[in-house]
Design a protein around this ligand. Structure first.
Ligand SMILES: [Cu+2]
Length: 116
């Protein structure tokens, strides 16, 4: 009993020594070939210039967005849900969030609310 246990331990140790450590191989992996599924949330602020309720689009004169290298501009954004447009009016100052998946352009508003 005692002998077989120590043989098992010896086997395990030699296996560990023979195979490269998992931590090292993870670090050396080429991450650029992996699909990018990271969901990024970017915060912005601006003024509502237009609302297209049927299309689920809001036109915002937004402040520069550093994370995206965007200057201030007026542009249309899709809203994730049309219900996000409820209670919003042209001229409202708003804080909003954009959601980007992977490398796609983050032009979908996932959250928006008026600010004073
Ligand atoms: Cu823009």
């Amino acid at each position: 009993m005692q002998k077989s246990l120590s043989i098992t331990i010896l086997l395990l140790i030699s296996l560990m020594l023979a195979s490269p450590s998992n931590a090292t191989s993870m670090e050396n992996m080429d991450h650029s070939t992996m699909p990018k599924l990271v969901v990024q949330t970017i915060k912005g602020s601006g003024i509502i210039k237009g609302i297209k309720e049927k299309e689920g689009i809001i036109i915002l004169a937004h402040q520069p967005i550093k994370e995206l290298n965007w200057p201030a501009m007026t542009m249309g954004f899709k809203v994730a849900h049309r219900s996000l447009l409820k209670g919003l009016e042209i001229g409202h100052q708003v804080a909003f969030e954009l959601q980007a998946e992977g490398t796609s352009m983050p032009t979908t508003v996932s959250a928006i609310k008026p600010v004073r």
